[in-house]
Design a protein around this ligand. Structure first.
Ligand code: GSH
Length: 226
């Protein structure tokens, strides 16, 4: 397989950002194809071309690695994880990783569902997300981490890229969502200090906190006290 990947995703962070972090962390050559999203409901720039890539299940993100063509963000994360040693090693670590994958996917799914209830319900849905989903699960994740440096063990795995991407999106909108969760604040800053991640975050390649076309992470959606 080639060492030059193509990642396709919208021109915002969403489900693509954790894959971008993994590609950056691994130091491989890749091209980040960002597809313009003209408005929240207009998928046409992607839908018009989605059948052109030989994808079995056309969707965004997609990853092309030579003859290998993948969609599904978790499948892409695990593929890159296997390729670059970012996977759990022992059976116990695999079990931890599998459980965390479900928990993080649930947080991520609930987070994005906030935006589909109508803008007038947004503040209430956001507050419910934090109270009923995020905080209970985040507290359990902290307990589950124990003294480990990362989620699964003292070594990074694909779960850390997924979780960091999720937390950083939440923090844009709910700047206080990690108040009282000092362990996760440290976790975030440890991740940001990884040399290749640090370089990426400071590079012109990294998307800003509020990308122009992001239908979800918008300045008018910021809830300063959440
Ligand atoms: N289960 C899929 C969901 C992918 C998905 O919902 N992609 C959204 C952006 S996050 C999209 O716009 N897909 C393009 C489409 O629906 O045609 C995954 O985890 O990758």
């Amino acid at each position: 397989m080639s060492d030059s990947f193509v990642l396709g995703y919208w021109d915002f962070r969403g489900y693509g950002e954790s894959c971008r972090y993994m590609l950056e962390y691994s130091g491989c050559a890749y091209s980040d194809k960002q597809i313009e999203r003209p408005s929240r409901a207009d998928y046409s720039p992607w839908r018009n071309i989605s059948e052109n890539f030989g994808l079995d299940f056309p969707n965004l993100p997609y990853l092309i690695d030579g003859e290998r063509r993948l969609t599904e963000s978790l499948a892409i994360s695990k593929y890159l994880g296997r390729k670059y040693g970012l996977v759990p090693k022992s059976e116990d670590e695999v079990i931890r990783a599998d459980m965390l994958e479900g928990v993080i996917a649930e947080i991520r799914g609930s987070f994005y569902r906030i935006f589909f209830q109508g803008d007038e319900k947004y503040p209430e849905c956001a507050a419910n997300f934090k109270k009923d989903t995020f905080l209970p699960k985040a507290r359990k994740i902290v307990k589950f981490m124990g003294q480990r440096q990362w989620l699964v063990s003292d070594e990074l795995t694909y779960l850390d890229f997924l979780f960091y991407a999720q937390l950083s999106q939440q923090l844009c909108l709910f700047p206080r969502c990690l108040d009282g969760l000092e362990r996760l604040q440290k976790y975030m800053s440890d991740f940001q200090k990884l040399p290749r991640i640090d370089a990426y975050l400071k590079s012109g390649r990294c998307l800003p906190n509020f990308p122009k076309n992001d239908p979800y992470i918008r300045k008018d959606f910021v809830l300063e006290n959440l």
